[in-house]
Design a protein around this ligand. Structure first.
Ligand code: SF4
Length: 292
């Protein structure tokens, strides 16, 4: 029997990263779709605040990219949102292509397996495309509001760095500014905490082939599961409890402790695969609208 996923489900970097970190987490979040039953980090209130500010930052940038004057957007911003936005205003990369600029754009590509048709989706904070012919350049920009810059080696391993350029190249065939070759694509992580030092990954045909070879077996592996037992918990080691379970909302259900991980540790421990912005993806609709 094929794995039962919601009819509208599309694989994303978040769901794939969940599976890579802990197959059981994927099962609970995406197959059973359990809401978040436990507090993910301590102190809870501060964690929630940072997540909401991160989501508000994305909405502010979206408005600024749409052409609203920055000085009309800055009134009454909480700290550190005011500082993040100030950094965006003064240090938005100046060398981005300007011909096509798309904000909060979702793209997806179909893929077929023995059990059915699925989609792989990427949601881009900003796509900037320009130049003609061989000079065409497509830049993927991802805004990050983590308190510290994530190490390049950690970003390189993240499935976001794999999925985003892969989907862009594959989907670009059907887009007005496409197609683009892998060599014409680059991915940049821009950190509000270090706005002049974006972490840049150039893409290439070799990487595209390697990403395909990584993604499709991973997707097949997920889709070969049928029941919860096929999605085991991450092995119960001290390191895994610290890296994953301490920040996972399902830890009481999994009997992996009741104490939450520490927010300060997330900021300090760069190896942690916790993305503060996507951690609360099921609750983003609860983020209050900004009053403009
Ligand atoms: S608590 Fe640990 S074992 Fe359970 S789903 Fe979360 S990461 Fe996996």
């Amino acid at each position: 029997m094929p794995l039962e996923l919601p009819p509208t489900f599309a694989f994303s970097q978040s769901s794939l990263q969940s599976f890579a970190n802990c197959p059981r987490r994927f099962w609970l979040a995406y197959v059973e779709q359990l809401s978040w039953p436990a507090i993910e980090v301590a102190p809870y209130a501060e964690h929630e605040r940072m997540l909401k500010l991160g989501a508000q930052f994305h909405r502010l940038v979206e408005r600024a990219e749409a052409g609203l004057p920055a000085d009309r957007l800055t009134d009454g911003l909480d700290h550190p949102l005011d500082e993040w936005f100030e950094n965006y205003v003064h240090h938005r990369p100046a060398d981005l292509p300007t011909e096509f600029v798309e904000v909060e754009r979702a793209l997806s590509v179909p893929f077929a397996t023995a059990t059915g048709q699925y989609r792989l989706e990427a949601r881009y904070d900003l796509l900037a495309v320009g130049g003609e012919g061989a000079q065409r350049q497509a830049v993927i920009l991802d805004w990050k509001t983590n308190q510290r810059v994530t190490r390049r080696s950690v970003l390189q391993q993240r499935l976001q760095t794999v999925v985003y350029p892969f989907v862009l190249v594959e989907a670009s065939v059907g887009l007005p500014w496409g197609p683009v070759t892998p060599e014409q694509v680059e991915m940049r992580y821009w950190f509000a905490a270090a706005p002049t030092a974006a972490v840049i990954f150039r893409y290439s045909s070799d990487l595209h082939a390697a990403n395909r070879a990584r993604l499709f077996p991973l997707l097949e592996e997920i889709l070969s599961g049928e029941r919860q037992a096929d999605f085991p918990k991450v092995p119960d080691t001290d390191e895994n409890r610290r890296r994953f379970c301490g920040y996972c909302v399902y830890r009481s259900r999994c009997d992996r402790g009741i104490g939450a991980g520490d927010l300060e540790e997330i900021a300090d421990a760069e190896f942690l695969d916790v993305d503060l912005e996507s951690a609360l993806e099921f609750r983003l609709e609860e983020v209050e609208e900004l009053a403009f």
